[in-house]
Design a protein around this ligand. Sequence first.
Ligand SMILES: [Zn+2]
Length: 190
Amino acid sequence: MSEWPPHVEACKNCTGESVRYAHGSGEYCNRCYNLLKRIKDVQGWDRSRPETLKWIPIYKTYGADGRPNSSVLFTNSLTDNQFEACRKNYIRKIEARLVLLRYREEIRRHEVEVNGLKLEETFSEILRLIRPTAFYQGKVSFPSYANYLADQFDEPQRRVIYALLEEVIEQVPWQGVRGVWSPPPAAPRK
Ligand SMILES: [Zn+2]
């Protein structure tokens, strides 16, 4: 792993302190640097040069015997316009991630104002991480705590709780870019 240059105290994108995060390159932590590098990769996608099509997932196709017989890029069936839309969308999602990393640092430094609703949303985010089906299938509705949280804790206290909860959420690895591809044809059922 490379060392931070001595004069750099924080990542240029996320503002995370260099004592806290591993160095990526230049003035960036490794998290931001990897995302910025990925944007460059995606900008370099060229459909006539398959070796440039990094980060595009593949799916398997199945023969009559039910076994996978080839691997196909998710974007193969797209028109050029659709492909460009995918590229834009993909880059937008990485940029959103870069913004989120900076926002997390602001939370950590207690610079973000936190009302009851924001705190409630963060609790439900944690519930969603623990039990994804709780929301997706509408089986459990999270109780509305916003007013309770606002009554029980004053704003500086809410900031502290919020920062602690965000620390927990941050432990969950990033799922990567999702939802930018057209769905592949369904594999035949056995
Ligand atoms: Zn960073």
